[in-house]
Design a binder for this molecule. Sequence first.
Ligand code: PLP
Length: 421
Amino acid sequence: MGEIMVAKHAVWPRVGDPIFNISERAQKAIEKLGKENVINATIGSLTDDDGNLITLNTVFDEYKSLPNSEIAAYASIEGQKDYLEAVKKACFKDSIPNAHIRAVASPGGSGSIKLAVWNYTNQGDEILTSDWFWSPYVSISEEVGRKITTYQLFDENNNFNFNSFRERFLDIASRQERIFTILNTPAHNPTGYSVPDNDWDKILNLSKEVAQNKDKKIILFVDVAYIDFAKDDDGCRKFFEKFTNLPENILVIVGFSMSKGFTSYGMRMGAAICISSSEDVAEQFYYSCVHSCRATWSNCNRGPMKVLANIINDPNKFKAFIDEKKIYKNMLSQRASAFVEGSKKCDLEILPYIDGFFISIPCEDPKAVSEELIKDNVFVVPLKKGLRFAVCAVSEEKCAVAPSIIKNALESVRSQNLSRV
Ligand SMILES: Cc1ncc(COP(=O)(O)O)c(C=O)c1O
């Protein structure tokens, strides 16, 4: 290797993004064979049956009606006042916890994760999340010298594996001052799972037990990127109410994103929202995050902030937005049901799906299975422990037939591997 000009901490393996790579291959197959002959289940955005990105008219009509100055002007570093109020309503709806709540604008949900990780962990700390997880958690953590460590999301009955969570949580608590946990719920990426309310009780009871030691600082980061595509708008938010009256050394930070719920992926708008029983802890959150914003991206995109505030604060616009979104929520849910039913029919094991954009299939040798599927013109994302199938981007008809194709590919790879032994 020649001269290395980047600083040591900035040298990373030269790998492309594996998801974009496989998406590109799917795109080439579509150009060659026609979209009717390809199943492209790699995309992480909601598309129609022809693969075109779905965009909500209620969002983009509002955006295009804004005066230029409302799009072009700088925003406040922390986010516009009306946005910061409206985003709490959008996030919690009727399940707002009784606590001190402060929000800071961020570029997408990703920005909120960065704000939380940077300001609430120390150099070298381990951050806990489930073994099925969104891979940028690793990049975001490693970028600033933190490490991701995992618990098993599911037990042998495919329920939330609280014992594994507990064991890893206590292990970190025995070694670190800070126990920072990322829970991506409801509608988890990549499985579509949501942590049930009774398991939330267990997580909070464990957190309170550990919090009796006042030297420990517990941060629960709740990534709700997909919350607005959960079927039960109100039911899926009930767990927020449990964040009332927590000890001062338990801080909840919710990572909100407009990307999916407002079909605004590239507009880069989100928020980090803290929930604390202490006003002072909430103030600290606010000033630390505002400092990071100024030091990293300065202010955020003003236009989408105004769009969210205008829609949330106008009952007619809000109703039109909800009604329009409902059409696509139903579409998503029918696609997912078709996939789940298809899996039952051919006995394909999938992880418990409740809501969201993706379904996961646990398997050995996911890379080989994904390559085998490409022979059948089916493109999925291989993860460490299985495959991710994007029901958000595949028609109901294709969702119904995909499971048996996947089952065949799994069996074929299994027998190839056996014959090699
Ligand atoms: C689990 C999860 N969290 C957060 C995000 C944040 O997305 P964005 O930064 O686009 O809001 C995503 C987007 O794919 C995601 O899948």
